[in-house]
Ligand binder design. Structure first.
Ligand code: XLS
Ligand code: NI
Ligand code: NI
Length: 437
């Protein structure tokens, strides 16, 4: 049965195309820098926004019907799974990402909930084989159920910690069974509203304990993929512990989790932390924690996690430069953690949104490759730091020169000057590459 029968399989038509439901920049088979575009980009569908979210906001009910013609919750879950694969197939998405609670509805007891998960997981496995699709990552929803109102790993209650552990255990099992390439932790409720009621140290230690238990259990059942932390500074909590990449990396190192965990960087979370998307990717890459990406964009004037589909080619260009410099994705990819705006309430809008997002990242990839071929930015960067390849620079870096020798050098020099940063020139070069011949 088709759920989106008015939508055709989406094809690449090229940049002169004016067809709305066609790719204008994303040509999956085209080779760029030695690799097919589809393998550079590893596009993934987010199950929650795409299959579940109905356009509800703080002020109003849903505007889209995502019941897929069913009323019984389990029938709905199974229909949703079929619809998900039809959508991925028509868009040419190779991967999907899910929370346990997106794929199967929660029941009264954990036993019943887990049984439901097993039923849907079997269905998903069958569909994966039929359509040739894969799981980029799975995760446990440790934020919706009221029991997590004071956190999951960071809860004041050890009983809640036990529930969180049980839920993560099952989510890892399902992810592993479905061949998932990674497992994400996003700590939506792992934070606080006020320090007046917060034991900061205990909470941090316990989150690390949950991660450690998850890691050890996953390895014991043969799951070899990376875990990812998805940093976010706030929302729903006023302060979340995994504030940004630098904070999360420090945390992982402190608790000895740095071998098994990487970053899943979400563009909109970066901006909430007061950083650019590129900054978060650069930090992850340079620290050896580059992993995966939640591809979306926020609205700078609204200032919350609006999870819009990414349509800013300037941002995706700078992001794809970081991806290329990281050597590309290995287990990660670009997961569209994005939803259509509330008034974009047709299935056609949903497909259109994916096409826009995929095209924008395809443009980013094309432009990033062009920047590399152009070479002017890399050249200016090398020139700026050239001193560090000279004798003095080398002697400082090798530890040959101490404070006394450096003082002697400085005293002998009188004064020195550093070269220009050339920011405006470099920004103009970027425009040359993006919009020039
Ligand atoms: C919320 C997060 C969430 C994670 C997965 O802001 O982006 O959707 O990606 O739990
Ligand atoms: Ni996300
Ligand atoms: Ni988010």
């Amino acid at each position: 049965m088709a759920y989106f029968d008015t939508i055709p399989a989406v094809k690449y038509e090229g940049k002169a195309s004016r067809t709305p439901l066609a790719f204008h920049f994303y040509d999956p088979e085209e080779v760029i820098l030695g690799k097919k575009m589809k393998d550079h980009l590893n596009f993934a569908m987010s199950y929650w926004h795409t299959m579940c979210a109905e356009g509800v906001d703080m002020f109003g009910v849903g505007t889209v019907d995502k019941s897929y013609g069913q009323t019984d919750p389990m029938e709905q879950a199974l229909a949703k799974a079929e619809a998900a694969f039809e959508l991925m197939d028509k868009l040419g998405l190779q991967y999907y990402c899910f929370h346990d609670r997106d794929i199967a509805p929660e029941a009264e007891t954990l036993t019943e909930t887990n049984a439901r998960l097993d039923i849907v997981a079997d269905k998903l496995l069958e569909l994966q084989q039929k359509y040739g699709k894969k799981v980029l990552w799975g995760t446990a929803n440790l934020f919706s159920n009221p029991r997590y109102m004071n956190g999951a790993g960071s809860s004041n209650s050890p009983e809640v910690f036990a529930f969180a552990a049980a839920q993560v255990k099952k989510a890892i099992e399902i992810t592993h069974k479905l061949g998932g390439q990674g497992f994400v932790f996003w700590g939506g409720r792992e934070g606080y509203e006020t320090l007046l009621n917060t034991n900061y140290k205990l909470e941090q230690d316990n989150i690390a304990r949950l991660f450690t238990l998850a890691r050890d259990y996953a390895r014991s059942i043969g799951f070899t993929g990376p875990f990812y932390i998805e940093p976010k500074p706030k929302e729903p909590m006023k302060h979340q512990y995994d504030y940004d990449a630098a904070t999360a990396i420090g945390f992982l190192r402190k608790y000895g989790l740095d071998k098994d965990f990487r970053m899943n960087i979400e563009a909109n979370h970066a901006t909430l932390a007061g950083h650019t998307f590129q900054h978060e990717l650069r930090v992850s890459r340079e620290e050896g924690f580059f992993g995966s990406i939640d591809a979306n964009i926020g609205d700078m004037l609204l200032g919350w996690d609006t999870d819009q589909f990414p349509t800013n080619a300037y941002d995706t260009t700078l992001a794809m430069l970081e991806v290329l410099d990281a050597g590309g994705f290995t287990t990660g990819g670009l997961n569209f953690d994005a939803k259509t705006r509330r008034p974009s309430n047709t299935f056609e809008d949903l497909f259109q949104a994916y096409i826009a997002g995929m095209d924008t990242f395809a443009l980013g990839l094309r432009m990033a490759a062009k920047i590399k071929a152009d070479g002017r930015i890399e050249e200016a960067l090398a020139a700026k730091y050239a001193g560090w390849s000279g004798e003095l620079g080398q002697d400082i870096q090798s530890g040959k020169l101490g404070f006394a020798e450096l003082e002697a050098y400085a005293l002998g020099k009188g004064n020195v000057s550093t070269g220009s940063g050339r920011q405006e020139y470099l920004e103009a070069v970027l425009n040359d590459v993006l919009f020039g011949a």
